[in-house]
Design a binder for this molecule. Structure first.
Ligand SMILES: Cc1cc2nc3c(=O)[nH]c(=O)nc-3n(C[C@H](O)[C@H](O)[C@H](O)COP(=O)(O)O)c2cc1C
Length: 224
């Protein structure tokens, strides 16, 4: 079977000066992203969330199978159900299930089993990873590099939401099986993360611990 190629469209060559300015500008935007745990209840229009999910859906994926599904929830009853289930899991986690090493690592963030933001924030986006699928909806082929693909799409979702001026929290109440049941997703989909989305509350605070990022020298090696 021969591959069918078409000319690349939409690629714009920038001058080095523009590239540099653009790269710095993206960095300047992204370095201001913080995980938010104090959300305002101010509504966010659905079309903005839809555009951000469309951005996530442009992510690269193994064999272009796009093994993800995003369930965007603003319904108060559903958010309440999710909060109750998440807090039950988190109570067990913080109440003895989590190893001390994990709890020590979380201590500087000051997180606990209480998750009021799951009801306060206007949107929750449950991200699911599909074990089976294909490049078209309804297929049930084997998917490849599922975690990598869904991780990339989630990163692009966070980037889109942040660029649109919204705060996010990547939340992973462990285990997250309850999300599949509440969102009525099929058994072969695995809850990946629960993205909490909205405006930061006025006077929202963030842990100092999260401000420290490794330097370019720490996270990269250049071989020229
Ligand atoms: C995969 C993943 C899971 C996370 N799970 C939680 C979580 O369940 N609860 C929480 O409060 N923060 C969670 N976080 C947020 C991290 O604590 C946060 O990204 C980190 O402290 C760095 O802070 P920053 O996002 O503001 O840069 C998670 C982040 C990632 C990437």
């Amino acid at each position: 079977m021969s591959a069918d190629y078409v000319p690349l469209e939409g690629y714009e060559t920038l001058s080095e000066a523009d590239m540099r300015a653009q790269a710095e500008s993206v960095y300047d935007t992204l370095r201001k992203r913080r995980s938010i745990r104090d959300f305002s209840d101010k509504p966010v229009p659905q079309d903005i969330i839809e555009s951000c999910i469309k951005s996530a859906g442009t992510a690269p994926s193994g064999a272009n199978h796009q093994p993800w599904h995003f369930v965007a929830i603003s319904n108060p009853d559903m958010k309440r159900k999710i909060r109750i289930a998440a807090e039950a899991e988190e109570a067990e986690f913080y109440g003895g299930k989590a190893p001390d090493e994990w709890l020590d690592a979380l201590a500087p963030l000051g997180t606990d089993a209480s998750k009021p933001f799951l009801e306060t924030a206007p949107w929750l986006i449950a991200v699911f990873a599909q074990r089976k699928g294909g490049e078209q909806v309804g297929q049930s082929k084997k998917n490849y590099y599922i975690t990598e693909s869904v991780g990339l799409a989630t990163g692009m979702l966070i980037t889109a939401l942040h660029s649109a001026g919204l705060g996010t929290l990547t939340h992973t109440p462990a285990p997250m099986g309850f999300l599949r049941d509440i969102c009525e997703r099929p058994k072969d989909e695995k809850p990946f993360v629960l993205m909490v989305v909205g405006y930061p509350a006025e006077n929202a605070q963030v842990p100092k611990h999260a401000l420290v990022k490794k330097s370019l020298g720490d996270i990269s090696t250049f071989i020229t």
